[in-house]
Design a binder for this molecule. Structure first.
Ligand code: FAD
Ligand code: NAI
Length: 487
């Protein structure tokens, strides 16, 4: 018993020392090797799921690496809907990209800039500082040996009039902040003296367009905020707040199983969230949306806040690159790549994540697996190059052996996606999950699935620091409720 007690003491002490050292090491990274002109340079575009998981895994002993992204951080998108109502603080979901690059063995250059043009012939990029603060130099060109495109996609509007002007998207940190501010503004404006009952109803009507996972999770978070907090702080208005979700297809969440679609729709009904399916938004005006209903007639729906979540479309820079490679880039959804993520029509450009048009859904799961995979491809390319040099200088008697080794190194396995399942929060501490199980699929929904949803997301958060911040936010929300101040 005494020995067991001693072992426990040592184990505990070891754990404390290890955690303490890891925390210290995170804030005091060692000195890095400097840029090596004799090595090839990989330029990585973007700091999202695809590029960041590539960056984490790529071996900078083999390459110089440069990152170009208009935002200097990685954003953990799966929990972004929680930021629209203050369940989680946006700062808890972002990780500065320099926290990652500073821990690589070689110095990685980071440019907070947007890539506006790629010249695949000259292997040159045009980058522009698109931030508010600009110095004397705000446009530049940089060369690359290899280019990794992980610029994601932008919000799809289908060119519908008024969406950009009046709708709020939910993709970036500033989108969540804008939604939160506008929501509180609508409620406070509804409380202004002399407001007519019709105007109060309009201001308190929160409309979500798009019944994909983004729209569903936003509506769910808004419902929780209403029930947990707004009813307490706005007792005279909370009962008038209405949430409506508009979806063009016959049901929401088309990518989930039938059972989970029904579960979501019935949960929304219990939560008084109205779903209008087979209803297509045709136009967005300042205070109302015009929809085409299933019977073919048009109707107008007044709103105070409009959240637009109808999926992705490609970025102008991606379209521009595709126009330069018209013979190989023919799919209009995004960049075409081969099974090794190499851009069709180019030898030294790779693309991954939402910027590409592949057989996979545009999800973080796919993008992060592709990033890790591509880092392995680059490791193998580095090995091949070393072996090529060794082969060239090898004595005659070793040539055959070296050649076999070199040929073997060229055999790179294609990308294989491993689906870990789909999860979606549906409100009232309930979530749904479609998880591959044995040869089939396991569908589940409810409170236990919510616990699974939380633990799955927490364990997928990239850094220990962010994991800690998210858990703290959840605890704070449970103990103190959400903040209703306007940002
Ligand atoms: P992104 O993560 O969008 O990153 C693109 C990067 O490129 C950004 O850093 C951007 O600033 C940068 N960039 C843009 N333009 C340029 C340019 N011109 N030059 C250089 N850089 C540029 N997926 C899941 O699997 N599970 C989920 O639970 C989930 N939840 C989601 C919730 C929300 C609210 C949203 C919006 C999406 C969610 N997704 C989820 C989808 C997931 O976020 C995307 O599939 C994923 O972000 C795609 O990764 P990416 O790296 O391709 O693009
Ligand atoms: P989505 O493409 O999944 O869904 C958009 C929905 O909007 C579609 O159902 C479409 O029919 C509808 N729509 C389009 N135009 C419309 C119109 N004019 N009027 C009414 N409805 C209209 O888009 P979403 O939800 O933004 O997701 C994008 C990607 O991110 C998907 O691949 C999704 O799987 C992923 N994602 C995953 C999450 C998760 O796993 N929990 C959470 C959020 C996003």
């Amino acid at each position: 018993l005494n020995m067991l007690y001693r072992a426990l003491q040592f184990g505990l002490l070891g754990g404390v020392v290890f955690t303490g050292y890891s925390m210290w090491e995170t804030r005091h990274p060692p000195t890095q090797e400097s840029f090596d002109p004799s090595k090839k340079t990989i330029v990585v575009l973007g700091s999202g799921w695809a590029s960041t998981s590539f960056l984490k895994a790529v071996n900078t002993d083999d390459y110089n690496v440069v990152v170009v992204s208009p935002r200097n951080y990685f954003l953990f998108t799966p929990l972004l809907p929680s930021c629209t109502v203050g369940t989680i603080d946006v700062r808890s979901l972002v990780e500065p990209i320099r926290f990652i690059t500073r821990h690589k063995s070689r110095d990685v250059k980071v440019y907070e800039a947007e890539c506006t043009d790629i010249d695949p012939e000259k292997k040159l990029l045009t980058i522009v500082d698109s931030s508010d603060v600009k110095g004397e130099s705000s446009v530049s060109t940089i060369p690359y040996d290899y280019l990794v495109i992980g610029v994601g996609a932008q919000n799809q509007t289908f060119g519908i009039k008024g969406v950009e002007q009046y709708g709020c998207f939910l993709k970036e940190v500033w989108d969540a902040q804008k939604i939160r501010t506008k929501l509180m503004d609508c409620i406070e404006t509804a409380a202004f003296p002399g407001q007519s009952p019709e105007e109060i109803d309009r201001l308190l009507h929160m409309v979500v367009v798009g019944g994909g996972p983004t729209g569903i999770e936003y509506a769910a978070e808004l419902h929780d905020f209403l029930v947990d907090d707004l009813t307490v702080w706005y007792p005279e208005l909370a009962g008038k707040i209405k949430i409506t979700l508009v979806e063009a297809l016959p049901n929401v969440l088309p990518a989930f199983s039938k059972q989970l679609i029904e579960y979501t729709e019935s949960t929304f009904k219990e939560q008084n969230i109205t779903i209008h399916t087979k209803t297509m938004v045709k136009e967005v005006r300042e205070k109302e949306i015009v929809v085409k209903k299933s019977d073919g007639t048009d109707a107008s729906i007044p709103y105070g806040l409009l959240v637009w979540a109808t999926g992705n479309t490609m970025r102008p820079m991606v379209r521009n690159l595709m126009n330069k490679l018209p013979e190989s880039q023919t799919v209009r959804r995004g960049l075409s790549v081969d099974d090794w993520l190499r851009l069709q029509g180019s030898e030294d450009i790779f693309a991954l994540g939402d910027a590409t048009a592949t057989k996979y859904a545009p999800t973080a799961q796919v993008a992060s697996q592709q990033g890790k995979y591509l880092a392995r491809v680059f490791a193998q390319l580095a090995t091949t190059e070393k072996l090529e040099d060794e082969l060239a200088s090898a004595p005659a008697e070793e040539k055959a052996k070296k050649l076999r080794k070199y040929q073997k190194s060229q055999d790179i396995q294609p990308f294989k996606y491993s689906h870990q399942g789909s999860l979606c929060y549906v409100g009232s501490d309930k979530a749904i999950a479609d998880v591959p199980f044995a040869q089939g699929n396991l569908s589940s929904g409810g409170v236990a699935t919510f616990a699974f949803w939380r633990s799955a997301y927490v364990s997928n958060i990239f850094s220990g620091r962010n994991r800690w911040l998210v858990i703290t936010d959840w605890t704070k929300k449970t103990l103190l409720g959400r903040d209703i101040s306007r940002e």
